[in-house]
Ligand binder design. Structure first.
Ligand code: NCD
Ligand code: ZN
Length: 333
């Protein structure tokens, strides 16, 4: 196949940061995606209606024709009455970060009991609960699995709450998801579909592939790949593209986050094509996420052509994954 045209995709997990560089990050996403669910872990976090609107305006001004779908960070001191105004301001989801689990999550939740009323209010308002599902007190490779009992508790305590288990990275988590009701879905990143711990640190340490949750074993990768390639009905795409400045990634202490937005659709097209499942790409990136969030499907299209190009070395001060390498599918403007 020389050219591929699909319904324009959405990215249901994106970090855009703020300020001057944000324009470049937003443009990199807008080149392929119509909409993106914007993560709230900026400083200070998106956690009230005014902050949410201001951040949405900043994104919209920086990048025309790209629709930010907004989230807020769930904080320990939040109250039930804070939730309706957030929904009215345009929030689609609230994001739960266990305290300390990832970049800018020090102010997260240390016990689910802290946010009981908030979760009931979200359930009432029909807001989606988006979860960074790792237990920060567990050992690095076990963090996601150790979070599963908490996920189960959330599902059973809030009988109508829609939940997204973000960036699933382990085979066990998938098996677990399969046993949960339809109102629980998962996002999968491109990097967890393509890479493992051996890519991260088998030959040499690759800081640009370091993220939370870390990429896992080949067995895990294969389980995710098989589910996604075969069109698992409750998995959809969320890139977790998370740019950090080059100096914070090429350092003795490395920030967690992989900057993938400039290469996502070429990578995914190549992967689905190699696996003989190109016809399942569109539902993964352009349909199931929108349906889960109750959004209309995009009407525009995206075309990729088999044409090689080089991934740039730097965009907005951040090094994209695969910088300086050749890719074989190109997004047409
Ligand atoms: C994200 C970031 O940098 O904001 N980092 C990451 O490794 N994925 C935060 C997150 O989603 O965990
Ligand atoms: Zn993220």
């Amino acid at each position: 196949m020389k050219e591929l045209t699909i319904r324009r995709p959405d990215d249901f997990h994106l970090h855009l940061r703020q300020g001057e560089n944000m324009k470049k990050y937003a443009a990199a996403s807008a080149a392929s995606f119509s909409r993106a669910l914007i993560m709230p872990n900026i400083l200070p976090p998106v956690c009230d209606p005014a902050g949410l609107k201001a951040y949405r305006d900043e994104i919209q001004k920086s990048c025309e024709g790209f629709t930010p779908l907004m989230t807020f960070k769930i904080l320990p001191h939040m109250k039930a009455e804070d939730i309706k105004p957030l929904k009215e301001a345009g929030a689609l989801a609230g994001k739960l970060y266990p305290a300390g689990v990832t970049t800018n999550a020090e102010d997260g939740i240390s016990s689910l009991d802290q946010i009981r009323d908030v979760l009931f209010a979200m359930e009432e308002e029909g807001l989606v609960l988006s979860i960074h599902g790792e237990d920060p007190n567990a050992s690095i490779l076990e963090r996601e699995i150790r979070f599963l009992p908490q996920l189960e508790k959330l599902v059973s305590s809030y009988g109508k709450l829609k939940i997204v288990f973000e960036h699933i990275s382990r085979r066990e988590s998938l098996l677990f998801l399969n046993e949960l009701p339809e109102r629980v879905a998962g996002t999968i990143t491109a990097h967890h579909l393509l890479y493992t711990l051996d890519d991260l640190m088998g030959a040499a340490l690759k800081p640009h592939l370091f993220c939370k949750p870390v990429v896992k074993t080949e067995e895990d990768r294969q389980a995710l790949a098989e589910a996604v390639l075969n069109g698992h009905s409750r998995l959809f795409f969320g890139s977790d593209s998370a740019p950090h400045l080059k100096e914070n990634k090429e350092n003795a202490v490395v920030s967690a986050g992989v900057f993938t937005s400039p290469i996502l659709m070429p990578l995914l097209a190549d992967f689905f094509e190699r696996e003989g499942c190109l016809s399942n790409l569109e539902a993964f990136v352009s349909e199931r996420g929108a349906s889960f969030y109750g959004l209309p499907l995009n009407r525009e299209t995206l075309t990729l052509r088999k044409e090689s190009w080089m991934v740039p070395d730097l965009i907005g001060g951040a090094v994209p994954l695969l910088a300086g390498t050749e890719l074989f599918w190109r997004v047409l403007p």
